[in-house]
Each structure stands twice: as structure tokens, then as C-alpha cells.
Design a protein around this ligand. Structure first.
Ligand SMILES: [Zn+2]
Length: 295
């Protein structure tokens, strides 16, 4: 059976512009043809089922995800009402042909920004079917964490959507505790705050930021107190050169991994009034800032 042409000659790449578009008469057929990989089919409903369900739910918000204009994925958000007034990511998929290009995290970041605009700050949740190919790790990289709830056999994950910080307080540390405090010694290294560790080697710890400002946001710190890159503190704990070498080696490993997986990364360390937490730390981030338009 001959299939009507539904795509243009554009082949989406990692550099493609990702947008969220209303589903139209022109795009409906290509949206309905979107499919996840075979091994993922037990984790997500078909797009046809989702589009049909959305038409019976007044608070449903659905979009097709485009890369350079080509439909590559689909999202359906329940904006709340009924049992729970808070927004819930009901369906989310990237077509198997377009996975591995970073569209999943970039589109979800756009979705979070849109839900924040529509519903204001607050909880945004989703749920995943447990199993070998569960997308739970994907959501965790985007700041979701398991809430401990299980609903209809699915693991509930949630994160907070927060309003953009005023631009008068620049720097990636915005959102951290009061300036001058040492979040890392006082909360993280003390064990007060649970962090998801990326790697630990010698005197260096890398972990996912507890309040990520980017879709990928990893922090690398020394496990003993060092004030900043320009103030290494008293060198009573051994030569600072060794610690710096160990830190940079960890930063390189983590950044290389993020670069490989997402195609781009930034490595930042803040100084002076840009540095909210007075403990040397590097941010390794990728993607567009969440709840903000620029760096
Ligand atoms: Zn410290």
C-alpha cells in the first residue's frame, strides 16, 4: 500500500531547532504515525490512543514535538482538575527514529517552561511503568525524583517548577541558599541532603544538583572545605595542586560524558558575588535553563 508523503526532505539532527506545535489537520497523520522503539511499547500508549483520550479531557494540553518542522514526538499534559489540581505529564514520547539526538530532554524542558507559564510554580509529576527499559533515569536527569507513591502499578515521579529568578541576581547559583553560606559542607557533605551521586573518587564528589537549573546539571566539589577557585584556603590538608588536579580530572570525565550524551556542555565555577555557596564547586550543565531564557 502506497503511503502518502508526510515528511519533508528535512532530516532532523542534533542541531535542529526543537519546538512544540499544536496538532493540525496537516500534521495529524504524521503525529499518529509516531512510534517508540519496539522494546518501549509496553511503557507508553500509542499516539492515536493519546490523541483520542485528549479529546475527552477538557484540561488536556497536547502538542507535537517538532525538530526543524518535522514531527518527532508527542506530549500530553493533564493540567489538573478532578482529583488533583496539579499538572501531570500524562504521555511523552520521541519517535524511535529520532531518539538519541537530545530531543527528549530539550522538548521536556520546553514543556516544563510552558506548564510553568500556564499553571504557575508548583509540583509537576509523571509516572513510569517499572522495568528494564523504564524512562525513570531520563526523568531523574531532568530533575524529577521518585515520590515513593505507586499509582496503578506505576512509579510516581515529581519535581517543582520554579519561577525564573530576577536577572539582577545573575549566575547559575541563583536559587541556592543565602549568599555566604556553605551549602556543600553544611548540607551535602554532612549527609543532611540526599544527593544522587554521579561519581566519587578520592577527595572529589560529583552529583546531580538538588535544584537543577538546566535539564542536565551536575556539581563537582572537593569533599574537604575549599572556599573557591581563587581562594584555596590554608594548605594544611596537603598540596592544593593535587586537589585541583583531582577535581579537574573529575570535571573532565563528567563533562565528557555529558558532551557525549547531549552534544554540548558548559563548565562553570563562580567567584565573588556570583558564588552563592562559599565552597568551591563546578557546574556541568547542558540544555536551556529551566524557567529562564538566558544564562
Ligand atoms: Zn565547605
Amino acid at each position: 500500500m502506497a503511503e502518502p508523503a508526510t515528511t519533508t526532505e528535512v532530516t532532523p539532527t542534533r542541531e535542529s531547532e526543537v519546538t512544540l506545535e499544536p496538532i493540525t489537520r496537516d500534521t495529524l497523520i504524521s503525529v499518529l504515525r509516531l512510534k517508540v522503539a519496539e522494546h518501549q511499547t509496553s511503557y507508553v500508549a500509542t499516539t492515536a490512543v493519546s490523541v483520542a483520550q485528549a479529546s475527552f479531557d477538557g484540561r488536556a494540553w497536547q502538542r507535537s514535538i517538532h525538530a526543524d518542522g518535522v514531527p518527532v514526538g508527542y506530549v500530553l499534559v493533564d493540567l489538573g482538575g478532578g482529583d488533583d489540581p496539579r499538572p501531570y505529564l500524562w504521555r511523552y514520547m520521541i519517535d524511535a527514529r529520532y531518539q538519541g539526538l537530545g530531543f527528549g530532554s530539550r522538548a521536556l524542558t520546553l514543556i516544563m517552561q510552558r506548564v510553568l507559564e500556564l499553571e504557575g510554580p508548583g509540583r509537576f509529576s509523571t509516572s513510569t511503568v517499572p522495568g528494564e527499559h523504564s524512562p525513570q533515569a531520563f526523568y531523574e536527569r531532568l530533575g524529577f525524583a521518585a515520590t515513593g507513591e505507586i499509582e496503578d502499578g506505576e512509579v510516581v515521579l515529581a519535581r517543582q517548577l520554579v519561577a525564573a529568578e530576577p536577572r539582577s541576581a545573575p549566575g547559575p547559583d541563583t536559587g541556592a541558599p543565602a549568599p555566604g553560606s556553605d551549602f556543600y559542607c553544611e548540607r551535602v557533605l554532612s549527609g543532611d541532603v540526599h544527593v544522587r551521586i554521579v561519581e566519587r573518587s578520592g577527595d572529589v564528589l560529583a552529583f546531580h544538583h538538588t535544584r537543577p537549573r538546566w535539564p542536565v546539571h551536575i556539581v563537582v566539589i572537593p569533599t574537604r572545605h575549599v572556599p573557591s577557585l581563587t581562594d584555596l584556603g590554608p594548605s594544611t590538608d596537603g598540596p592544593p595542586e593535587q586537589l585541583l588536579a583531582d577535581l579537574l580530572a573529575a570535571v573532565r570525565r563528567v563533562a565528557a560524558q555529558v558532551e557525549r550524551e547531549h552534544g554540548a556542555a558548559r563548565v562553570i565555577t563562580n567567584l565573588g558575588s556570583y558564588q552563592d555557596s562559599k565552597h568551591l564547586h563546578w557546574h556541568i550543565c547542558s540544555g536551556k535553563p529551566i524557567g529562564d531564557d538566558g544564562l
